[in-house]
Design a protein around this ligand. Structure first.
Ligand SMILES: *Cc1c(COP(=O)(O)O)cnc(C)c1O
Length: 419
């Protein structure tokens, strides 16, 4: 593992996290390049060409992370025009990028066509019409896949389950054929594939395999009508252990998918993993500001807040929290604390009732913060967003500077001021 205690303190690869906190300040996101590569390899090793892996950019969209993955041959899965611009800025290829998302604007569609997007993952009949019109106006063919909602229960948190009938995502299975037929008739649509994404943080393979069976049946039916579907994109969603959960069996999952798809001629498989690539490759470092004993609870107030890492507040997500100074097993001096931030919200917490041995000015590490960490951060309470560092062996790369206060009101003005 990339994050381990050595000589009394937690390290990222060969780098002491106390040293990083000292040199770059806190809150600080630290990512391990070696862990990202290892996670990528876990998928890529079981995914022979021509099958494709498209990293889901929204999990962690730092240019340094995207560049590292582009060098490993990653394609990308994006959900906005902004993410496409990031992929291109990081050296990724638009042609190896798929564009997901339920509300693509005209501007985003036009931009993606101009850049030569690999595929639009279409989420509704109305979006299909819009893409056809914009492609026609440009005189180009738009490559599309149809995001179908396979109606399987991913058994995950309701906010990150996306494959049930009641969700806003995708085209309902019973309408899928109608929409695909319509696409096949359109002058500027090139029908390429079908896709699904049933949710996130899924820890067993069965929901994915159930969804795959439904999607493959759809492909068989549509092909029987003479519409040539050439890829199946099964989306992302592979979970990681945040507590003591068992890791999902990634290689078994990929091999089961490959075996199912092998029964079809000329069918390429795609996946869009996000969390599984970067989640355990990042930590959020924070400094203890105060220890505040209370009547019922003791609080450890730290300098990171929900604006830096939203997952606990948004999904009641669990993150392991450790002191960067190793606690000797012989003298456990820890106490029971709620780890909370400085933001003016009761939801601003990182963990309840944790045993933690840390005092004022000590550094703590919130683990498994590499996915949906920085990307969900905000400036709430006028707090500058954290800096980001990638560690690679003993090398340290500052891949995002800490925001300065003046950055926070850039573009604002008082009423009546000349623009
Ligand atoms: C968020 C998302 C992903 C990535 O999900 P993970 O759970 O991080 O693997 C993949 N595809 C789509 C369409 C998404 O919205």
């Amino acid at each position: 593992m990339a994050f381990e205690y050595r000589n009394g303190s937690l390290h990222a690869d060969a780098v002491d996290l106390n040293q990083l906190a000292h040199d770059y300040g806190t809150p600080l996101y630290v990512y391990s390049a070696q862990q990202i590569r290892a996670n990528w390899k876990q998928f890529a090793d079981h995914w022979p060409q021509p099958h494709q892996l498209c990293y889901a950019v929204k999990a962690n969209s730092n240019l340094g992370v995207l560049h590292l993955l582009a060098q490993l041959g990653a394609g990308f899965d994006i959900v906005s025009g902004g993410e496409l611009a990031r992929v291109i800025a990081a050296g990724g290829k638009a042609s190896a990028t798929v564009f997901s998302g339920v509300g693509k604007s005209k501007e985003e569609i036009a931009y993606a066509l101009e850049q030569g997007i690999g595929c639009f993952n279409v989420e509704s009949a109305a979006e299909l019409e819009r893409i056809n019109e914009i492609a026609a106006a440009k005189g180009v063919m738009a490559p599309v896949s149809f995001r179908v909602n396979p109606d399987v229960d991913a058994q995950t948190h309701p906010y990150i389950a996306t494959g049930l009938k009641a969700n806003k995502f995708g085209i309902a299975m019973q309408h899928a054929k109608t929409v695909i037929r319509r696409g096949a008739e359109m002058s500027h649509i090139h029908v390429k594939g079908v896709d699904c994404h049933i949710g996130s943080q899924i820890l067993t393979t069965q929901p994915f395999l159930d969804a795959a069976d439904r999607m493959l049946q759809l492909i068989a039916d549509v092909r029987a009508e003479g519409i040539e579907i050439t890829h199946l994109d099964m989306g992302g969603g592979v979970g990681i252990p945040y507590q003591q959960e068992k890791s999902p069996a990634v290689s078994e999952y990929l091999q089961a998918l490959l075996a199912k798809a092998a029964q079809f001629d000329n069918l390429t498989l795609m996946l869009e993993p996000g969390r599984a690539i970067v989640g355990n490759a990042g930590v959020l470092l924070s400094k203890v500001e105060y220890y505040k004993p209370g009547e019922e609870k003791n609080f450890l107030l730290v300098d990171a807040g929900m604006n830096d890492l939203l997952r606990p507040a948004l999904y009641q997500a669990y993150h392991q929290i450790v002191a960067v100074n190793e606690v000797p097993e012989s003298s456990p001096s820890d106490r029971l604390v709620d780890v909370v931030g400085p933001v003016c919200e009761t939801g601003d917490f990182f963990g309840h009732a944790r045993h933690l041995s840390a005092n004022q000015d000590d550094i703590i590490a919130i683990l498994n913060a590499g996915a949906y960490g920085f990307t969900m951060s905000s400036n709430y309470n006028t707090r500058p967003r954290a800096a980001e560092v990638i560690v690679d062996g003993d090398q340290i790369h500052l891949v995002r500077q800490r925001e300065r206060l003046a950055d926070l009101w850039k573009g604002e003005s008082i009423m009546g001021a000349k623009q």
